[in-house]
Every structure is written in C-alpha cells, then in structure tokens.
Design a protein around this ligand. Structure first.
Ligand SMILES: NC(=O)c1ccc[n+]([C@@H]2O[C@H](COP(=O)([O-])OP(=O)(O)OC[C@H]3O[C@@H](n4cnc5c(N)ncnc54)[C@H](OP(=O)(O)O)[C@@H]3O)[C@@H](O)[C@H]2O)c1
Length: 478
C-alpha cells in the first residue's frame, strides 16, 4: 500500500528542516525523518502549522508514508553518512523510486552511487543546492543531475520551491549522474574567486586611499547599483559598515585574518588540474585562504622579509576608485570564464550535455553568487552555445577591453606598493596569456626535449621531432 506524502526528507538538521518546510509551504505533503527522532519532533512541534508533515520515527515507516513512485530527499552530512542512509533506504524502496541526495557530495561519489542504485532499478539524483539555510527555506538555486526520466516527475517540485528571478525558476536539469553535484562544486569554486576578488578590491582601496572600512563600505554600496550588483557586493558593503559592539572598532578589524574552507574550493581546483583547465582565479582564491592560515610561515616571513615599497599615495581618489572597480569587473569576468570552461571540459570528459547558459540562469537567484552579471552570461551562451571561452563573447570582450588600462594600472600599482593581489594579478596574466600570439611554451618544449627527449612539433611542417642535444644536434623525426 502506498502512503500519502508527495515527497520525503530524511536528515532534518538546519538544511533538511528548512527544505522540508519549503516543500510544505508550497502545499506538498512532506514525509519527514531523522536518525534521532528528537529533530523530527521539534520540526513538527515548531512548524507543523506551516503545512502538512507526516513524521516517522523509523525509516521503514517513513518510506511507507510516501506515495509511489517515492521521492526521498537525503539531506545529511556528506560522505559516509550519505552512504549509511542510502544503505538503509535501498532495501525498503521499489523499482522506479527516486532518491535525491541534496547534500554537498563530491561528484565522483554521486557517479558511483547513481550506478549502484541503477542496479536496483532506482533513480539516484545527485542535486546541488545553494543558498545556505536561508535559501533552503525561501528558495534555493537547485542543480539536479540523474536521469531525465527522474527529472520529469521530480523537476516540477524542485522548480516550484526554488528561487525565482523574473518569474523564472532557479532550478533546471543539469545532466546525467554526477553533473548536478559537479556544477554545484564549480559554483562554489567561482564563489571563492568572487569573494577573493572583492577582498582584494577592499584591500587596495584601504591601502591606496587610507580610507576607513565604513568609507569603503559606502563605495561597495555605490558599486552595487551598477554592473557589479550582486549578493556578495551587497553583503560586503553591510559588513564593512558594521561596528563591533564591544570595542567600537570596524567589525572587519576585529576578525582574525585567517580564512577557512570546507573543501569545495579544493575539489574544484583538484578537478581543474585533472582536466587541465586553468582556473587560476579559483586556484589563487583557494591558495590565498591557505596562505592566510599558514600562521608559522606568516610569522617567520613578517619578521625578516622586507617590502621595499613606499607608502601608497593615490593622487586622484575618484579615478583610483573607478580603476579598482573596472579591474574588479574584468578579473571577475575572467574567473567566471574559467569556471564555465571547466564545466565545458567536464561535460566532454564525463559525457554530460550541459547547457552553460542555463547554469548561469539558475544561479541568478537563491545562491551565493547571484548577480545581475549572470544575465550577460546567459545571453552570451544564447548567442553561441559552443562559445570557446566567455571572454570571446562580444559583450565581455568589450567590457574587459574598456577596463584594460585601469586593470593594468591597478595590478602594477599593487605590485609596486607591495599589496598582494593574487586573483587580480593572475586574472590579468591569464588574459594576456590566452590572447597572446605566441607563448614562451615553445621554450619549455625545447627544454623538455633537451633533458628528457620529450620531442616537439614545428611551426613550419607536420610531424614530431627530437634534436640530439648531447650529440651533434641534428634533428630527427621521432
Ligand atoms: N549548511 C549549509 O549552508 C549548506 C548549504 C548547502 C548544502 N549543505 C549540505 O547539506 C547537507 C546537510 O547540511 P546541514 O548543515 O543541514 O547538516 P550537517 O550538519 O551536515 O548534518 C547533520 C545531519 O546529518 C545526519 N547524520 C549524520 N550522520 C548520520 C548517519 N551516519 N546516519 C544518518 N544521519 C546522519 C544528522 O542526524 P542526527 O540529527 O541524528 O545527528 C543530521 O540530520 C550537508 O551535506 C551539507 O554539506 C549545507
């Protein structure tokens, strides 16, 4: 006999609880379950009036309370706990049922789990969910993978509870097996890059202008009315204007300058290396967090390493602020362009058919990188679905080209004055590298052939060659 709940959520910590409430508020009958029953009880006691919840203490009762084909959302700690829940669930489910993992799984785990559940006739939908607890409750950005067949019945529910921008849901089918969790991973990587770029812009303004945190907060608030408008710029303005209640100091000045991470940035960079995609913005952002946390190295370096840099004296305040704004925008375009390149490379490598424009569209609302700018990315991929790099779209080419003099001035000024801007600088280096007529990679190839007989290709004829470096230096076809 089939139950009455249209969807079930197991794992009722902050994310699962809010997701279950979101389903209920949209009129769905929601089966709820958690390993320890107290969480289930407190959800129903505190929020039972928001909709129809069907609480169960045992997994068997939970499964029995769902209508068929069952749709079970797992929202537990990623890794071992997800496998533990799947192992408990699978024997209770029947062919055609859909298991949704909405936690932050690493995409290779999702590929493995999808294949295993397929053996049991079950659909496994690895789903990225972004927006934190607030998004889970009021509308997240949702990135589901798995089969199209599963999406047909699950998709409308996910689209219903997702964030909406101009009436368009921030949820869409991403691609088979691990594609959803992959795209969520890259989203988080881009989030790292975006945050680092904003932090560097703040540092440049602080050191260049000698301005207070609150004054810089006003500059960010102003920027949030233009091309840079985004959730991250908005909260940056708020944070910078905030004062610590205890000390009366700027809040940002009382925080230890050691940034942490939960690991999705690391996964993104590792995958970038695996695929050979230069996601330098994301990598620099991840390493910048690592550097900030390298306390013994920082202490040792601070004690001995000179700056040989003058105190930065900015002559024209307004011109400098505009330069930093343009440099931030250009660097941001590079970071996003690289992230979308990574998605394209992964689609080829793992056999996914991912619509990059649609990814930008579902990131416009609900998630941490939500921004006006994402409309431009969607438009770019609408103009050319197979765009080789985002920077090659006419809008972005023009936007970056017009900011180029400012970008160069800012990066040069930062270097001369000893202000670290790894993401600004590496983005500019990427820009100059990717557009270069000829790269010094030719010399690297010659060096490789010299010490390792790794061979090289010539610009003037087909074939692969090796020079007898230790002999008479004649060239032979390899
Ligand atoms: N927090 C965020 O902003 C955010 C944003 C996006 C995605 N996510 C992802 O969403 C998922 C849930 O996050 P969260 O912060 O709500 O919770 P969490 O702290 O990651 O996990 C706690 C939940 O996992 C359950 N759990 C842990 N080990 C278990 C096991 N062996 N068997 C069964 N259940 C087990 C807990 O049950 P008990 O109550 O019985 O301990 C509890 O319901 C995670 O994968 C997280 O990465 C989080």
């Amino acid at each position: 006999m089939s139950g009455t709940a249209q969807i079930g959520v197991t794992g009722l910590a902050v994310m699962g609880r809010n997701l279950a409430r979101n389903f209920a508020r949209h009129g769905y009958t929601v089966a709820v379950h958690n390993r320890s029953y107290a969480r289930t009880q407190s959800l129903v006691e505190e929020h039972g009036d928001e909709g129809t919840f069907v609480p169960s203490e045992s997994m068997a009762d939970f499964v029995a309370s769902l209508e068929r084909p069952r749709k079970v959302v797992i929202m537990v700690k990623a890794g071992g706990p997800t496998d533990a829940v799947i192992d408990e669930l699978v024997p209770l489910l029947e062919e055609g049922d859909i298991v949704v993992d909405a936690g932050n799984a690493h995409f290779p785990d999702t590929i493995r789990r999808e294949a295993a559940l397929k053996e049991h006739g079950l659909h496994f939908v690895g789903t990225g969910v972004s927006g934190g607890e607030e998004g889970a409750l009021n509308g997240p950005s949702i990135m589901p993978g798995g089969t199209r067949e599963a999406y047909e019945s699950l998709g409308p529910i996910l689209e219903d509870i997702s964030a909406k921008v101009d009436g368009v849901p921030c949820a869409t089918y991403v691609g088979s097996d691990g594609a959803g969790h992959f795209v969520k991973m890259v989203h988080n990587g881009i989030e790292y890059a975006d945050m680092q770029l904003i932090a560097e812009a703040y540092d440049l303004l602080r050191q260049g202008l000698g301005a207070s945190a609150a004054e810089i907060g006003e500059i960010f608030a102003q920027w949030n009315t233009g091309d840079l408008e985004s959730f991250l710029i908005e909260i940056t303005a708020d944070v910078l204007k905030h004062t610590d209640a205890d000390t009366g100091k700027a809040f940002v000045d009382i925080i230890l300058d050691q940034a942490e991470q939960k690991g999705t940035g690391r996964w993104t960079v590792q995958n970038g290396l695996d695929l050979g995609v230069p996601i330098t913005g994301i990598a620099e952002a991840t390493f910048a967090r690592a550097l900030s946390g390298s306390v013994p190295q920082r202490e040792a370096a601070r004690a001995v390493l000179p700056a040989h840099a003058a105190q930065w004296e900015v002559k024209d305040r307004d011109a400098f602020i505009e330069d930093v704004r343009q440099a931030l925008y250009a660097s941001k375009v590079v970071a996003y362009s690289q992230g979308f390149d990574q998605i394209a490379a992964a689609a080829t490598e793992y056999g996914w058919d991912i619509d990059r424009g649609a990814m930008a569209r579902i990131w416009r609302g609900g998630c941490i990188i939500r921004a006006r700018f994402l409309n431009r990315i969607t438009e770019a991929y609408e103009r050319a679905a197979d765009l080789p790099l985002l920077l090659a779209d006419e809008y972005f080419t023009d936007a970056v080209a017009s900011g180029l003099p400012a970008w160069r001035r800012v990066v040069a000024g930062a270097a001369q004055n000893g202000v670290p801007t790894p993401a600004f600088s590496s983005s500019l280096a990427y820009y100059d590298g990717v557009r270069a007529e000829r790269l010094p990679a030719a010399l690297v190839q010659a060096q490789r052939d010299f010490f390792g007989a790794h061979t090289y290709k010539r610009v003037d004829r087909e074939g692969t060659f090796h020079t007898e470096w230790s002999g008479d230096r004649t060239e032979a076809e390899a």
